[in-house]
Structures are given as structure tokens and as C-alpha cells.
Write a protein of this length. Sequence first.
Length: 145
Amino acid sequence: MHIPKFLAKINSNHEPVIFERFKNSHRQWLSGFKPDTIVSVVIKKDSVVKIRSLEANNYYFGVVVKYVCQAFGYEPHEKDMVHEGLKFRFLTEEKVVGFPVTKSTAKMESPEFWDYIDTIKRWMSSEYNVYIPDPNEYDDINETE
């Protein structure tokens, strides 16, 4: 029997929050059980969570940022500015009163980075009707302009 693995982060209420990237497979796996089925859940701390991969970085800049640039009329050479705009929109927190801090994507762990990408994709789809393909749907993710 296949045993699924889902990554989650413990929130401030000490509750696990499954990363967006894993939610569909999590729901799909659980839908195989009858209601009121009791399942065993094992929670362990993952000590080796990788920083985002080169492939993820290529997909982000070569597909996600590229599609956002095209949707808003930016030139390919303006991708760094669009990247900063996306970070400001989705990764800004007020850590110190009056001083917003934008999180670095370069320091993100892989699941968090994919969650960020999924957030951008949902935003572009729902707000601007722009579909950004998944990595397996886009052949040329190593292309950078």
C-alpha cells in the first residue's frame, strides 16, 4: 500500500497547515476512506527540507514571472522588477511596527516556494483570467530571456 507523505507547517496556534502544493493529493488520498474511518497519522519533524531547486527557480522566472510580465505588458528585461512586485504583494509582513519586511525567495524551503508559486498562479487565474502552466505542461522552462 502506498503511504502518502505531505509536508505541513505548524502555525501559531500549534496546528498543522498542509502546504498548498500537497492539498489536492491529501484530499484525494483521504477520499478513498469511508466516512468515520479511523486512520493512523504519524507526525515527524523533517530535518532535511531542501532550499528550492535550480529547476524550481528556472520555472519561476522562465514561466511564472514571464507570464505575469506578458499579462501586464512588461518587457522580458523587466522580470526582476516584476519579481520584486510579486514578492511585495505576496511576501510582505509587518515585522516591526511601520516597517514592512519582504521575505527573500532565495531563502525559502522548497515546499514554501511552491506554495508561493501556487498563490501567484491562483491570483493570475482568478483576477486576470491568465493561466500559467504547470512545470510538466511547459517544455522550455530553461529558457530565460
